[in-house]
Design a binder for this molecule. Structure first.
Ligand SMILES: [Zn+2]
Length: 280
């Protein structure tokens, strides 16, 4: 069966002398593995369209559970801006790595939503939004795919609706109300800055494509990102190699991760403005 699919190339492995084994995120069929014959050869018509981190329209011959075959390909976007910036490259690689893990999960997020979120995320990274925060937003929206449901709107222990929270319990799987945090020391909770809960509540209620200007303090962004990385590791067993590279990079140059920037068009980002996510 021949089918034309919108794809993002997540991973490329050489296969034999000249072929490529590619792992694709497709808009229509979630993750698909395929062989691209002779695509390692630079003059081959599939060479550009089957590179890692390429968005392409690929025609595939699908064969049930067996490997598909790429028969034709048109490169739509090769994300040059992400390839030439070390920080963006590392975080976009982390996105690819994260998505490969989705393959083994239950796939509760629809493939169309997943694909559109990822493309919107890569576009945001390209536009100089903090690549680390974009990854965190994707991590949060993918948690249901790994069977993980964090309690953000309600207390993870007693279920009371939260108006705010500074306590996160890894044992209970979410944020806690003040009473539970006081009463249950055995819940092993961590104390976070107040902005973290509000920002995560906004993130969980907003698709990446619909997110506008983001204005966060550095410590809020750092805690949101760290929290989601630990949640993925502890609850879903997903540990991204690319993030270790990112940590090494920042360790080497001694520079902290850049704080989030607003839309280039909006110049009213004052320090007094309340932090959070805007609408697109
Ligand atoms: Zn409670």
């Amino acid at each position: 069966m021949l089918e034309s699919l919108q794809t993002l190339v997540l991973q490329v492995r050489p296969y034999g002398e000249a072929h490529r084994l590619v792992t694709l995120l497709t808009r229509e069929r979630s993750v698909v593995r395929a062989i691209a014959h002779r695509a390692q050869l630079q003059h081959n018509h599939l060479y550009a369209a089957t590179q890692e981190l390429a968005r392409s329209l690929l025609q595939l011959r699908l064969a049930g559970d067996s490997l598909a075959t790429v028969t034709q390909g048109t490169l739509l976007d090769n994300y040059t801006e992400l390839r030439v910036d070390m920080d963006k490259l590392v975080y976009s690689s982390a996105v690819m790595e994260l998505l490969i893990n989705v393959d083994q999960s239950g796939g509760r997020v629809s493939s169309v939503d997943l694909f559109d979120d990822v493309i919107a995320g890569l576009d945001r990274m390209r536009q100089s939004f903090s690549p680390r925060f974009v990854l965190a937003h994707l991590q949060l929206s993918l948690l249901p795919n790994f069977g993980v449901a964090l309690s953000i709107a309600d207390c993870a222990r007693c279920g009371a609706k939260l108006e705010s929270s500074t306590e996160f319990s890894f044992k209970s799987g979410g944020f806690l109300c003040t009473q539970c945090a006081v009463r249950a020391a055995e819940l092993r909770h961590v104390v976070l800055v107040p902005g973290v809960w509000r920002v995560m509540k906004q993130m969980s209620g907003q698709r990446i494509a619909h997110t506008g200007r983001v204005n966060l303090r550095v410590e809020t962004e750092e805690q949101v990102c760290d929290l989601l990385t630990v949640c993925l590791r502890d609850y879903a067993g997903v540990s991204l190699r690319s993030l270790r590279v990112a940590a090494q990079l920042h360790g080497l140059d001694g520079e902290p991760v850049q704080p989030l920037q607003g839309n280039p068009g909006s110049a009213d980002l004052g320090g007094a403005k309340e932090e959070g996510l805007g609408d697109a």
